[in-house]
Design a binder for this molecule. Structure first.
Ligand code: SAM
Length: 244
């Protein structure tokens, strides 16, 4: 998957490809990152990329021309990619949207700075707007990096163990179950005995029960949308009785 990022801070964004799962995805060629710095497309001697807002007010706004030129180059190099502006005003990123984006062969991410970008770029050069959530970051780079991380781990072969993506929170509209590792007792707190018993069916049932119970407890909004099987309903009932 090719991902082009339009950013004033390319070195910052490219760090997402230096570590861990995303690092491996880049190293193995599953993810191909390219950056385009609007500053390199600014026409004046000072390489100006921002200007004061019309109508007055605080802060600066990213100018049309350098952004449009950078987007143009990215589009030419990656002709089938949609241009996604990461913005607090976009549709909210969730795992379903990550799954959808991860299937594309290319993306162009546009990271804003300052008060944001000139609205005419959004109207005429951007295909989609995606938000990380209802809060404001000082720049789109971290949002772009989050998106790159989330889609990278869904590329076939990016995770050491494919099963782990299937177990993750949201993969089946449930939160993940709790995880434990050695030692089995810490400060008198032992792991649930079932995990040490070697009964794989019992372990799978326990994990499903925890995932259902946690989701119901922590995210009642999510559990409402889940179609529970008869066994799920029994497990959820057990979980609720056990925590009472
Ligand atoms: N004035 C803008 C607004 O209130 O909608 C916020 C501008 S913000 C300070 C600068 C840049 O950070 C934005 O252009 C956008 O690219 C990025 N950004 C901020 N919050 C974000 C969020 N929740 N999700 C994605 N990108 C965000």
């Amino acid at each position: 998957m090719r991902i082009d990022i339009i950013t004033l801070f390319p070195e910052f964004v490219l760090q997402v490809g230096e570590y861990g799962v995303t690092g491996r995805a880049v190293e193995c060629g599953l993810i191909d990152l390219h950056t385009h710095n609007p500053r390199e497309f600014a026409l004046d001697a000072h390489r100006t990329v921002d200007d004061r807002p019309y109508g007055g007010g605080p802060g600066m706004v990213m100018k049309v021309e350098p952004l449009r030129a950078a987007i143009g180059v990215a589009r030419r190099q990656s002709p089938t990619a949609e241009v996604i502006y990461v913005s607090p005003q976009g549709r909210r990123l969730n795992q379903a949207l990550v799954r959808e984006l991860a299937q594309r062969e290319s993306l162009i991410l546009l990271a804003g700075r300052y008060e944001g970008i000139d609205e005419r770029v959004i109207e005429h050069d951007v295909d989609d707007e995606i938000s990380l959530g209802d809060y404001v970051l000082s720049g789109g780079e971290l949002a772009a990096m989050v998106l790159i991380d989330a889609v990278s781990r869904l590329q076939a072969g990016a995770l050491g163990h494919e099963e782990s993506a299937r177990q993750d929170s949201f993969s089946d509209d449930l939160l993940d179950c709790p995880h434990y590792t050695r030692p089995d007792t810490v400060d008198g707190h032992a792991i649930p005995a079932v995990l040490n018993g070697g009964d794989h069916a019992a372990i799978a049932r326990w994990r499903r029960k925890q995932a259902l119970g946690r989701t119901a407890q922590r995210r009642p909004d999510m559990i409402e949308g889940v179609e529970l099987s008869a066994e799920d309903a029994v497990l959820l009932n057990q979980y609720m009785r056990e925590i009472e």
